[in-house]
Design a binder for this molecule. Structure first.
Ligand SMILES: *[C@@H]1O[C@H](CO)[C@@H](O)[C@H](O)[C@H]1NC(C)=O
Ligand SMILES: *[C@@H]1O[C@H](CO)[C@@H](O)[C@H](O)[C@H]1NC(C)=O
Ligand SMILES: *[C@@H]1O[C@H](CO)[C@@H](O)[C@H](O)[C@H]1NC(C)=O
Ligand SMILES: *[C@@H]1O[C@H](CO)[C@@H](O)[C@H](O)[C@H]1NC(C)=O
Ligand SMILES: *[C@@H]1O[C@H](CO)[C@@H](O)[C@H](O)[C@H]1NC(C)=O
Ligand SMILES: *[C@@H]1O[C@H](CO)[C@@H](O)[C@H](O)[C@H]1NC(C)=O
Ligand SMILES: CC(=O)N[C@H]1CO[C@H](CO)[C@@H](O)[C@@H]1O
Length: 452
């Protein structure tokens, strides 16, 4: 009964939403790298606040392990855990192909082809073209396709220039661009340099990021896109403070000839040269501030085991600790740590005709962003690890009730039903003594001995 009602309701809502937005829905996905969730509460960011008040906010996004930039940006656009999309670190080694991947040498499709990002699926399903400004992977031919419009990665290109390109592409009518992705390096770069607890410098850079949000919104308004475009602003990960007092020095535990260090800190990927168990035992005894896992021991909750590019041993430093061989500390902030740590979590805000206004959600996994984007763009999602139902409360066309609300509705329905039942019973009782009716009943029953 209640599910029928819900279906009916959802149907009505869906119809309304569909008929209102007759043109093709558009979505702009924006990432400000390293925007830790609590920056939103710590700093005054008027443009972002205004954006959020007009839309929805997810206060903390549960990102994917390892909490690094390339892996999480690919998770956002595929809905897959890292072990399934294959970008398992910013620095990788593939033993079969004997190839190396790094942030500065990332354009070989070989690394990306385990998954299909949403900008490719969007173009394949034929609703429109995609565009991207420096989103990781967006200048690579993945499954033989790049976005129709894209910029080759170059960190020197200013935010304003990226926005101008993106907005003019979104404004293009031939072809119609219905999906665009935009990436900016801050506040990550400053978070690494100064550490997230340097309030003065972080305030300065976040004020700048906030002005960038203002710039973007103004550009969208000026081009007449603001009322129709859906915009998601999110990030890949947070940031934790590091210190020279919290170093894990591998050289003190084992000789370098024992292993190759594929990825460094705070999650180190270790490829043993000879005996894996020997290297493991030396590392296991190295520091009480890092976890040492053989590949098959990596906890299930990380979803970080089933890929050949995940190395035989991984080391996971505790929050704020840095793994080195013998180097000194090079940055005051870092990320990559356990994705259960709040300091590793970014936020998500979304605004536009597809989203609710003025509502918020405590938490959402970043694998759930992909089915939301597919829903907004009316795409059939590819197999992914997200759960669309988790994000229903963000969307204007979805039926969304919290547990207390559901209980309230059940009680409400019960009360209405019992009131009706009472009214019926009372009115029946009133009718019962009415003479003609009673007589009619008795008369019809001819065989009744009392009458006879
Ligand atoms: C970049 O990676 C490719 C393989 O993915 C490799 O052949 C090439 O040597 C690398 N270039 C540099 C400069 O490391
Ligand atoms: C990167 O962008 C800067 C600033 O626009 C430009 O001067 C430089 O030539 C670009 N580099 C490459 C490799 O395109
Ligand atoms: C976007 O397109 C509209 C209508 O074609 C035009 O009026 C507007 O100037 C364009 N804006 C930009 C930024 O190109
Ligand atoms: C491995 O490390 C240990 C401990 O530092 C050292 O004794 C040993 O010689 C190293 N083995 C190799 C093959 O480098
Ligand atoms: C670190 O180790 C390398 C190689 O063993 C050595 O050349 C270098 O001097 C060491 N640096 C420091 C700071 O100890
Ligand atoms: C994630 O999704 C992929 C693709 O459907 C699937 O192969 C994989 O098993 C999923 N992972 C988990 C942990 O469910
Ligand atoms: C850091 C650590 O766990 N060190 C231990 C390594 O093993 C020796 C001997 O078993 C211990 O004495 C250390 O405490």
């Amino acid at each position: 009964m209640s599910s029928m009602l819900m279906l009916l309701f959802a149907g009505i809502l869906l119809c309304c939403a569909r008929s209102a937005g007759d043109s093709v829905p558009r979505l702009l996905l924006v990432s400000f790298d390293g925007f830790r969730a609590d920056y939103l509460e710590t700093y005054k960011l008027p443009h972002l606040q205004e954006f959020i008040e007009d839309g929805v906010l997810v206060k903390e996004v549960m990102n994917a392990f390892i909490t690094k930039t390339f892996p999480n940006h690919y998770t956002i656009v595929t809905g897959l855990y890292e072990e399934s999309h294959g970008i398992v670190a910013n620095d990788m080694y593939d033993a079969d192909a004997k190839k190396k991947f790094s942030q500065f040498n990332d354009s070989d499709p070989f690394w990306w082809n385990d998954a299909v990002p949403i900008w490719v699926t969007n173009q394949q399903q034929g609703n429109g073209a995609s565009a991207a400004a420096m989103w990781p992977g967006s200048d690579v031919k993945i499954n033989n396709a790049t976005p129709h419009f894209f910029m080759k990665y170059n960190f020197s290109v200013k935010f304003e220039e990226r926005v101008e390109r993106i907005v003019s592409w979104l404004n293009s009518s031939d072809p119609v661009v219905n999906f665009a992705a935009l990436y900016w390096e801050e506040p990550d770069a400053s978070g690494h340099k100064y550490g997230p607890d340097d309030a003065l410098n972080m305030h300065r850079v976040l004020e700048e990021v906030d002005k960038h949000v203002g710039f973007l919104v103004n550009k969208l308004k000026a081009s007449g896109l603001w009322d129709t475009v859906n915009v998601i602003i999110t990030s890949d990960h947070g940031m934790a403070s590091c210190s020279a007092e919290r170093l894990i020095v591998l050289d003190e535990c084992l000789g370098r000839d024992n292993y190759t260090l594929i990825d460094k800190t705070p999650v180190a990927a270790v490829l043993p040269k000879q005996n894996r168990e020997d290297v493991y035992n030396l590392l296991k005894n190295c520091s009480s501030h890092m976890k040492v896992y053989l590949k098959e021991e990596i906890p299930d909750r990380f979803h970080y085991r089933h890929h050949k590019r995940i190395q035989p041993i991984i080391l996971v430093a505790d929050e704020g600790w840095t793994i080195v061989q013998n180097e000194s500390l090079s940055k005051l902030g870092d990320h990559g740590y356990d994705n259960a740590l709040p300091s590793m979590h970014p936020f998500l805000a979304a605004r536009g005709p597809a989203f609710r206004r003025g509502s918020s959600l405590g938490t959402l996994a970043n694998v759930d962003i992909y089915p939301v984007m597919c829903h907004v763009l009316r795409l059939a999602p590819r197999p992914h690890n997200g759960t669309f139902a988790n994000a229903k409360c963000l969307l204007a066309d979805q039926w969304c009730v919290s547990v207390p609300e559901a209980i309230g509705i059940v009680i409400g329905v019960f009360m209405v039903l019992s009131t009706f039942t009472c009214i019926i019973i009372i009115s029946k009782n009133r009718v019962a003594p009415s003479r003609p009716f009673a007589r009619l009943q008795l008369q019809s029953d001819d065989d009744d001995p009392l009458i006879g």
